[in-house]
Design a protein around this ligand. Sequence first.
Ligand code: RVK
Ligand code: MG
Ligand code: MG
Length: 311
Amino acid sequence: MSGIRLNSALLRTKFLGAFIGTAVGDALGAPFEGYYQVDRPEIEAVAERLPELTYTDDTHMMLGVAESLLRCQGFDGEDMAHTFVRNYEQEPYRGYGPGPPRIFRMIRDGVPWDEAAGLLYRGGSFGNGAAMRAAPLGVFYRDNPEMLREVSQASAQITHAHPLGKEGGALQAYAIALAANRDPSPELDRADFLCELINFTAEEVYRDKLNKIGDLMLRPDPEKMVLELGNGIEAFNSVPTAICCFLSQLNSFPGAVFGAIGLGGDTDTIGAMAGAISGAYLGVDAIPQRWQERLENRRYIAELAVSLCNL
Ligand code: RVK
Ligand code: MG
Ligand code: MG
């Protein structure tokens, strides 16, 4: 990974950017989940009108990843799985996908943490639930792609045992890592960034879609992005899309997130993932204050980000 040594203040804003970026993208996208494409003025109007930016399962699980990494000073599958279970039982109303609550019940009833997910969907889920929560892994393992891959896959295994679900989680974490390792000035080389992602991924479906981003990021036509990359709940129909939204709006957090939500479909999750990468690249100050101020549990989310940065 061609990263640079970042000073500690810059690194801190990047951890904060990845965490707060996930939550803001999730909360802004949530009102539009399942929509066909949405016009930017409509998203902007709703964003300004919401009294609170309330997050969903995407952020709730991302917080679980961070809590467990902090408690165990690194990855511990048993602890992370039980953290997910506890958090879900405390706040089951967050809009979880169909699979995870079933897996949480199995784990609570004694099925080993790395076996439960394989019992669903004939060989595991390829939903985007492992990718949506990847921000803490991306920033924490940013300097070690092998470890990042290994831990991303193992932590995905708790809920997403299908190889494409796990690979989506690893790819999203790596995109966040690459973004966190780049100083935003001077601007990053987008072709080089894409090339690193293509070299990283081990699955053809992701490689094929990443190869399409080179053109799409230069001319981000929503119809074409949905047609070629997808906007669905499956990891392979949403992780490359989020990466494309970030790359087509490199210098604007609102641009990346509005672009993602504007595609319709799984808006909270694609918003959360584009927000995580953009926040990791630009840092937390790129996220408009008027959104940060209204973000639910902002102080706690920020505390976790800073603690992980200091670990
Ligand atoms: C509600 C066939 C499969 C499959 C397989 C499909 C929240 C199923 C968040 C499944 C995110 C869905 C989202 C989601 C995250 C997965 N064969 N179909 N092998 N694997 N699917 O249940 O945590 O919004 O239709 O694992 O990944 O905001 O129901 O949930 O948008 O993908 O949920 O997969 O969902 P799950 P998840
Ligand atoms: Mg959600
Ligand atoms: Mg979603």
